[in-house]
Design a protein around this ligand. Structure first.
Ligand SMILES: [Zn+2]
Length: 231
């Protein structure tokens, strides 16, 4: 059941902390009352605040905590507050996970979707050097979800090398193409880390669109994802 519009300004249930960011901001998870089959997280890239926006709007529509889902609205709160892709120490968290192919080389990224890869970010001084990375790993290990959905923007695709049931459902519900990779290697990414542990991860890349358009199309999909359990 959804809450009336007048009540959708606030999140009606309380989060629990699962760690702290580099500068001490709480890392918060909205946990399900029972086993979380699904973990959905947004905002690991601080320059993708639209991911936090749509996931928050979806959570605020729910009259009760999602029964089988855990939700993280801001995996990188320092980056979101500062508007940076990286965390407060300048580390690209999605290259900081302890994968077999982790490399200390700087990560090149595009400042705009069609721009050159010229902005260099650090993958950290070592794998899992950052508190946000370690906290997310500990959360996944504690929750043991069957599937994790990681929200990103603005590539406009559903990425799952295994084309699992959740990815197929999301592709159908959003109309976004289902792809097997984002077209470039991602050493140290959450997805690569999870794949090495046989944990299913779906990367849900919102398309390039206005916040209003994203809300119209993607909030209803996220509400369904959180409540319907399409697993
Ligand atoms: Zn991203």
């Amino acid at each position: 059941m959804l809450r009336p519009s007048a009540e959708q300004g606030t999140i009606p249930f309380q989060p629990t902390p699962y760690g702290h960011s580099r500068v001490g901001r709480p890392l918060e998870v909205w946990r399900s009352p029972r086993h979380a089959e699904l973990l959905v997280f947004a905002g690991i890239h601080g320059d993708e605040p639209e991911t936090t926006g749509v996931l928050s709007k979806a959570l605020r529509r729910l009259a009760a905590p999602p029964e089988a889902c855990a939700v993280v609205l801001a995996a990188n709160p320092d980056g979101l507050v500062r508007g940076t892709r990286a965390n407060a120490r300048g580390v690209e968290l999605n290259r900081n996970f302890p994968t077999r192919d982790w490399k200390p080389d700087p990560v090149a990224h595009r400042a705009t979707l069609d721009g050159p890869r010229e902005v260099l970010l650090s993958p950290g001084e070592a794998p899992a050097s950052e508190p946000e990375t370690r906290a997310l790993i500990a959360l996944v290990e504690e929750l043991e979800p069957e599937t994790v959905v990681a929200l990103h923007a603005p590539l406009g695709c559903i990425d799952d090398p295994k084309h699992g049931a959740v990815a197929q459902w999301l592709a159908e519900a959003t109309g976004l193409p289902l792809v097997e990779d984002v077209g470039y290697p991602t050493p140290g990414s959450f997805g690569t880390w999870a794949a090495e542990r046989d944990l299913a991860v779906v990367t849900y890349e919102l398309p390039l669109a206005s916040p209003d358009e994203l809300a119209r199309t993607h909030v209803p999909v996220l509400v369904d994802l959180l409540t319907r359990s399409p697993l």
